[in-house]
Design a protein around this ligand. Structure first.
Ligand SMILES: *[C@@H]1O[C@H](CO)[C@@H](O)[C@H](O)[C@H]1NC(C)=O
Ligand SMILES: *[C@@H]1O[C@H](CO)[C@@H](O)[C@H](O)[C@H]1NC(C)=O
Ligand SMILES: *[C@@H]1O[C@H](CO)[C@@H](O)[C@H](O)[C@H]1NC(C)=O
Length: 343
């Protein structure tokens, strides 16, 4: 009978809806991520994609290291607390920022510059509307595709972080000398599979690394003489690197291309290199040697279409990792400063 109902029927639907709403919020893995959309700025800044693309294309033409620099910046940003432009904030009197962590080895100025230029152009067109984290995500996608890599969809609407600390970097970034166990654990912690780890590592098809990042592979390997190199390296490649890096102790800016064969092209050469002993970093080589990752290295070395497809999916996933929405973030006026300077 109706009289046995615990709640009058007029209230029940409301209570039900409230419960359903709470359940929905609990079930949605990421509320912030759900709000993102490629059309987020359709009414507020309809030219956003064109403006970012024009600015970063010009920057890449005048400074060819821009693409690799921006890609590295994007990874660094997303892997430390989510894609929230926390890496763009400068250190000030109150705070040592993420970009000045010891782990920032060779975070390149070109990437910062590309984002700041695009943001400046956007502030003229639609002031205070487009977040720096969205600019970085779009710039990265545009530059990857400009170098011949895949074009993928970028959802927009990220808010910029309200904090950025050097301390937050510890343990979050993969290291050039990590074992495959550690690499897998590092990516798994953020929800990325072994295959996604290998696909995202393909970003090393562009860019460079400083000699200090691979010195232990080319000098005195395994406690041997100075000329002893990692035996898994092609001997001619190792000899060329030993020569190029000879003075790196005095000049820490000396660097080598990550993909020695086609350094300016986004392609699958990185994987082909690994199988020929032409991998630069210990962590690169480890991917080719470990039975868990080797099958994917072989797949991508043989099939660029497969690499592009998996890379694009992994980048879409990475670009919504840990995004901030609502009051958990802001649209920064300047990418290198919080809007409230005393925070
Ligand atoms: C990386 O950190 C060092 C040490 O704090 C700093 O001097 C350097 O400017 C930082 N690099 C970038 C690109 O911010
Ligand atoms: C690995 O890299 C870190 C940071 O660059 C360094 O401190 C450490 O000594 C390296 N370990 C090995 C075994 O090369
Ligand atoms: C390469 O990979 C693509 C995408 O996974 C697949 O459709 C295609 O059949 C593969 N090509 C070869 C030659 O295996």
């Amino acid at each position: 009978m109706a009289t046995h109902r615990p709640l009058p029927p007029t209230i029940a639907p409301t209570a039900f809806m409230a419960t359903a709403l709470i359940l929905l919020l609990l079930l949605l893995p990421d509320e912030a991520e759900a709000k993102l959309s490629p059309k987020y700025y359709q009414n507020t800044c309809p030219k956003v994609q064109q403006i970012v693309s024009d600015v970063v294309t010009n920057k890449q033409i005048t400074t060819p290291t821009t693409a690799a620099g921006t890609l590295r910046l994007f990874f660094h940003d997303c892997f430390v607390g989510g894609c929230d432009a926390s890496v763009l904030v400068s250190t000030n009197a109150f705070n040592r920022a993420e970009r000045d962590a010891d782990e920032n080895v060779s975070l390149p100025g070109d990437g910062f510059d590309a984002v700041i230029r695009a943001k400046t152009a956007l502030e003229l067109e639609c002031p205070g509307v487009v977040s720096c984290s969205d600019v970085l995500a779009l710039a990265t996608r545009d530059l990857v595709s400009m170098l011949g890599g895949p074009f993928y969809r970028v959802r927009l609407g990220r808010k910029d972080a309200l904090a950025s600390t050097a301390a937050s970097v510890a343990g979050n970034l993969p290291h050039t000398n990590m074992t495959v166990d550690l690499l897998i654990a590092n990516f798994a912690q953020k929800g990325f599979s072994v295959q996604e780890l290998v696909a995202l590592s393909g970003a090393h098809t562009v860019g460079f690394s400083h000699c200090s990042e691979f010195a232990t592979r080319i000098y005195g390997y395994g406690g041997g003489g100075q000329a002893e190199h990692d035996p898994s390296m092609n001997p001619h490649f190792a000899a060329a690197l030993q020569k190029a890096c000879a003075n790196y102790g005095n000049d820490p800016t000396i660097a080598a291309f990550n993909d020695v064969m086609t350094p300016g092209k986004f392609d699958n050469m990185y994987y082909q290199n690994l199988l020929r002993g032409l991998g630069l970093l210990a962590s690169d080589y480890a991917l080719a040697a470990d039975p868990r990752t080797q099958p994917y290295v072989q797949l991508y070395a043989a099939n660029q279409t497969a690499f592009f497809s998996d890379f694009a999916h992994a980048m879409e996933k990475l670009s919504v990792f840990g995004v901030k929405a609502g009051h958990k973030g802001e649209v920064r006026r300047r990418c290198d400063e919080f809007n409230n300077l005393s925070t």
